[in-house]
Ligand binder design. Sequence first.
Ligand code: DC
Length: 226
Amino acid sequence: MNIPDIIIAIDGYSSTGKSSFAKIIANEFSFQYLDSGALYRGVTLFAIENGFISDDCTIDVQGLDAAMESLDLHFGQEGTYIGERCIEKEIRSLEVAGKVSPIATVAEVRDFVDRKLREFGKRKRVVMDGRDIGTTVFPDAELKIFMTADPMIRAHRRAAEMEAKGVKADLQEVLANLQERDRIDSTREVSPLTQAPDAIVLDNSHMTIEDQMEWIKGVISERFGC
Ligand code: DC
């Protein structure tokens, strides 16, 4: 399939399979995949390690904002990096997952991440997943998808994903964590998780990844005539 130089924005709830879907799309269409959540997780790890967020999630916004000026957070060969250090495993831990939503409510953090994402998006032919890609980061994205799925199905998927990476997972804890993140993500003041009016909804509760690929190929061929 020969598709034009576009930006594909995939937004939706936690653990709806946005990143797996986005990666396969990137592979199939030779697009670059960008995981915006990984940048929020990277800032969260940085905040934890440097004492800008406490156990009860109180955030030293001023301190964090100043420190981000020299934070070299980027994507590389093995995923997400701070400088030379690959942080891909650490950013998937439950500790980071439990603190990332409060961190993502901070306007200064969102500015920092948005600037990086827009820089990457200039090249087009990117598929980016997150919460506000189609609404805030790239409101002009040519194709916007909003993903949703049943919470219990999402919890099972996330637990399996964590265990595959060697991180211990308790299903009830994972479910509670993702419902709490949905709540914070959807109700925060800055760039809440909302469906863009021109986004197409994909509920993949009972769809395989192959079903989802069939679906998106249909959408693309209809929209772009290819
Ligand atoms: O997709 P994820 O679970 O890796 O995202 C981690 C967190 O980052 C999620 O709780 C909300 C936040 N996030 C966001 O606020 N905006 C984005 N574009 C992407 C992620």
